[in-house]
Design a protein around this ligand. Structure first.
Ligand code: 6PG
Length: 259
């Protein structure tokens, strides 16, 4: 059952505004490195789900730089993806390929710690189901609880591959699902809200003036999760952080703090 609709006053997230993209990426790298290092120290490993799209590319490239690469215990980090396109891992549009090229191929993370959607091994439904089982196995005997889930935000308020008015928004019995998205004319694979909301830390990275209205709608408009799926992301007891550059934060500046 969805918890009570969030109102502006009790919005569970922290909104951090960075003056520009570089400041935002550095703050994101700080959050990434501290969450991963703390989890590795506390429990011997860190479980992180990367996001897709264009926004995180700059962060991935920054994390591969010696300044950040040398701060992260890559041998203790396990990476997953909060969503994926149903494409071969070699496809330029693959979220795995984007992260592999910008980051994973440039840091000493063991290949066994890279857990991608095996999109070449079955139908979209089968791939989603296998990925859910792989996540459950990775956390067994504990329930899945990622240390960090990275997310982006589409101009239509989708996040991961949770698109407006899609059937998967109402799925409660699954953690990962496949969904054909008319808008992109393709099959997508996605974490469902329950899996994201069980995370200890959820971090939205949003950049650019073209996202300012959807950021305001998601954060400030009444609760309409079918139209604004990103409103479904309300981790509890985990933390929710919005890390925005100034143009993206233009319409929520009055409730934000500066990076
Ligand atoms: C994907 C992403 C998706 C993305 C948003 C924002 O697979 O495309 O997971 O949810 O985060 O569409 O994309 P941009 O960062 O390219 O604006």
């Amino acid at each position: 059952m969805t918890s009570a609709p969030p109102q502006l006053g009790d919005w569970p997230g922290e909104i951090i505004v960075a003056a520009d993209g570089d400041t935002r990426n550095r703050r994101a790298a700080q959050l990434f490195a501290s969450i991963v290092s703390r989890a590795a120290a506390d429990r011997g490993r860190a479980m992180v789900a990367l996001s897709g799209g264009n926004t995180p590319r700059a962060l991935y490239r920054l994390l591969a730089q010696p300044e950040w690469r040398d701060r992260i215990p890559w041998d203790k980090l396990h990476v997953f993806w909060s969503d994926e396109r149903y494409l071969p891992p070699t496809d330029p549009q693959s979220n795995f390929r984007v992260a592999d090229e910008a980051l994973l191929s440039r840091v000493p993370i063991p290949s066994k710690n890279i857990h991608r959607f095996l999109t070449e091994q079955g139908t979209a439904e089968e791939v989603a189901s296998d990925y859910e089982q792989a996540i459950r196995d990775a956390f067994d005997p504990e329930p899945p609880r990622f240390d960090l889930v990275l997310l982006g935000l589409g101009s239509n308020a989708h996040t991961a591959s949770l698109f407006p008015f899609s059937d998967v928004l109402r799925m409660r019995e699954r953690l990962v699902a496949a969904d054909f998205i008319e808008e992109v004319n393709g099959e997508r694979l996605t974490f469902l809200p329950a899996l994201i909301n069980s995370a200890q830390n959820v971090l939205f990275l949003v950049n650019g003036a073209e996202k300012s209205e959807v950021v305001r709608d998601v954060i400030s408009s009444p609760y309409e999760p079918e139209r604004l799926p990103a409103q479904l992301i309300r981790p509890h007891p985990g933390s929710l952080t919005w890390l925005l550059d100034a143009p993206a934060a233009r319409l929520v500046a009055d409730i934000s703090q500066s990076a």
